[in-house]
Design a protein around this ligand. Structure first.
Ligand code: SF4
Length: 136
């Protein structure tokens, strides 16, 4: 058993942006508490911020991309999945324009990942049609 690491982060579940401290041991989140130094929440959290992290280590998470073929979802390589998505987005953009594409971001990922998501939509796709369940 290693010593726990205490990692400061910002909760992404909603737009409040509470500061959190993650207690991480052997690369697993063991506990989350509010960051007393965070001006938004001053150490407090709601139930989601403090306890809704079990999905991070869930055995039910996907480990490989899936593509639907002949009505069935089948495992594929990342290369094939990226190419499939790029081809489809290219066809949609060429046929109907960038505003025909939208993306729904995720509250269960990091702030950094959500930042990259909106940069991709605005910079690469050319659409402002982006939203997420953490927008409150
Ligand atoms: S979900 Fe709860 S802990 Fe997370 S930012 Fe919103 S109020 Fe704060």
């Amino acid at each position: 058993m290693g010593e726990p690491n205490f990692i400061k982060t910002v909760c992404g579940y909603c737009g409040t942006g509470c500061g959190l401290i993650l207690e991480v041991e052997n690369n697993r989140i063991m506990k989350i508490r509010g960051d007393k130094e965070a001006p938004v929440n001053k150490g407090q959290t709601c139930v989601k911020g403090a306890f809704a992290y079990e999905y991070v280590h869930s055995e039910k998470r996907l480990h490989t991309p899936l593509i639907r073929k002949a009505g069935q979802l089948v495992e594929t390589s990342w290369e094939e999945a990226y190419q499939f998505v790029a081809d489809k987005l290219g066809i949609i953009k060429k046929t109907w324009g960038a505003n025909a594409i939208s993306m729904f971001a995720c509250a269960r990922t990091t702030n950094e990942s959500n930042y990259v998501t909106q940069k991709f939509m605005r910079g690469a796709i050319g659409s402002n049609n982006i939203d997420g369940c953490n927008r409150t």
